[in-house]
Design a binder for this molecule. Sequence first.
Ligand code: 1GP
Length: 248
Amino acid sequence: MQSNSVLDYLLKIPTKYKAGYLVLIDPDRYERDACIRLAHQAEEAGVDALLLGGSFLTGELNPIAEVLHNEISIPLILFPGDAMHVSRHVDAILYLSLISGRNPNLLIGEQVKAAPLIQRYGIEAIPTGYMLIDGGCQTSVGFMSGTNPLPRDKFDLAWAHALAAQYLGMKLIYLEAGSGANLPVPNGMISVIREQIGLPIVVGGGIKTPEIAAAKVDAGANFIVTGTIVERGADSSLMKALTEAIHR
Ligand code: 1GP
């Protein structure tokens, strides 16, 4: 039987803090040593868990997953772009279904390919309704998935998708503007979804300051993800400021 220890850990975070903070490490952007340094900085800054992955990986994820898994004590959660990214060296995998799109391969195809490996490795799978929201520019996830993002002003469409994910039995909703997005997910959209559904809401993409992160939390986000901004930071001070703004 599969354990739910990482999901349980995540679900307890909003009982301790106002919201949780997840840092995304995309191994394509950094050399191995820089990934390891970033992960240690995140741990020191009080980040709650690391996401590892990206929508487009040209390098090898597995060796970096292995070293991070050995060296870092906060959970390491795979954030896969497709089934080829499944690694045994993680604590859990966000088992993403791109529910905002109508690409059957990303709704169920990659999940079927990944399922036997996930079982063989004994990794905890966290069923996640992944929703791409227009972030004001073309992003890698939009391009690679070949799907249209949900329009920024169609709050009713967004909450209907999130509600469908809840009825399908998913455990998290991930509202994604795309890594490096010009505009993060609108606060109003987060609030409407928060009012309509009970699932924890993860928000990421284009969050560039602690103030923006705090506003997403006030709107109803339970978890904030940042990647680009902390990867560009030279030290852990920005991650600490983000942790404080998100945890409170
Ligand atoms: C991507 O939401 C994450 O899935 C992070 O986005 O790189 O824009 O912080 P950024």
